[in-house]
Design a protein around this ligand. Structure first.
Ligand code: NAD
Length: 298
């Protein structure tokens, strides 16, 4: 049995910690949201009152938080992880953050005697629930090796991406491709429907044809086709619009830094911004389909 410390019990952190508990581990976790805490407690996660209590005796601490600013605030300061964990504790951030935040965490962890791994994930909440997430790790070899053992109950595949921040760089590229694929699935599903095709039949054709993608398989934005699609539940979020906007923004930021042109990513950003302007930031990112529907209905 391993003692895990965990910060962030949202759409992803909730099911990830549930799998650790199912595998027989002890998880002490903190989240600001009482509803997220209650849901995790029902799965056997021990909810504690602050970060210090979550990390105190942990062999490993994972953070699963929305954005870079949340990660920095949870690590830093007198109430944060660095001030309250033992330096023997391995630190792993699985949030999707900007490369600068990840570098900051690596550098500050090393300066304080901690080992840190960037360990973002792919697979959505369905992968989190099934314990099949793909983890991509960046950091020193020994830290990556040890992190891999701790990750095992949550994961279908762990890939060492390279040195510090390599995991997050891979994640940013991956998610840019994901949201472009989601846009493609949205346009394809709407066009198929308005050409009179049966949505189920078209989805089956795409599934065995060259349009197949993870987004098309898992997030297909038409109700009643794919069980894991948010379209079945009025687009209640499995991956929020504002988090998708954050991720596409991270890719565009990296594009500017490297000189790589990313026109398709720019288009996805425009559509996500339009949803945010309509007050839909909390809905699921597959609601991007609304942007291409002839009358905005889905
Ligand atoms: P979420 O918003 O559902 O959950 C984040 C949780 O962090 C919330 O419960 C919130 O209360 C908590 N939190 C925020 N600030 C905190 C603080 N200071 N202290 C303690 N708790 C705090 O987000 P999510 O969908 O679980 O995503 C988490 C991260 O994983 C994001 O970076 C996201 O981009 C990434 N991600 C999400 C998915 C997905 O499908 N949802 C897939 C892969 C990666």
């Amino acid at each position: 049995m391993t003692n895990y410390g965990w910060i962030g019990l949202g759409n992803m952190g909730g099911p990830m910690t549930a799998n650790l508990v199912k595998a027989g581990h002890r998880v002490r976790a903190f989240d600001l949201n009482p509803e997220a805490c209650a849901a995790a407690a029902a799965e056997g996660v021990e909810i504690v009152e602050n970060i210090a209590a979550a990390v105190l005796d942990a062999e490993v601490v994972f953070t699963m938080l929305p954005k870079g600013e949340h990660v920095r605030s949870v690590f830093d300061g007198p109430e944060g992880i660095w001030a309250n964990a033992k330096t023997s504790t391995l630190l792993a951030d699985s949030s999707t953050v900007d490369i600068e935040t990840s570098r900051f965490c690596h550098e500050q962890s090393a300066a304080r005697g901690f080992r840190f791994v960037d360990s973002p994930v792919s697979g959505g909440i369905s992968g989190a629930a099934a314990g099949t997430l793909a983890f991509m790790l960046g950091g020193a070899d020994d830290a990556v090796r040890d992190a891999t053992g701790f990750i095992e109950p949550m994961s279908g595949k762990v890939i060492a991406a390279g040195a510090a921040t390599a995991g997050i760089a891979a994640k940013i590229c991956n998610n840019m491709m994901l949201f472009i694929d989601l846009m493609a699935a949205s346009e394809g599903s709407q066009l198929a429907e308005h050409l009179g095709l049966d949505p189920q039949v078209f989805w089956e054709i795409a599934s065995v044809s060259s349009a197949r993608s993870w987004a098309q398989q898992t997030w297909y934005p038409v109700p009643g086709i794919v069980p894991t699609s948010a379209a079945n539940h009025n687009f209640d979020a499995t991956f929020r619009v504002d988090l998708a906007r954050k991720d596409i923004g991270l890719a565009l930021q990296a594009g500017i830094a490297t000189g790589v042109k990313l026109p398709a990513a720019g288009l996805v950003r425009e559509h996500l911004d339009a949803l945010i302007d309509e007050g839909l930031a909390d809905k699921d990112c597959s609601l991007i389909v609304k942007q291409v529907s002839p009358d905005g209905s889905v």
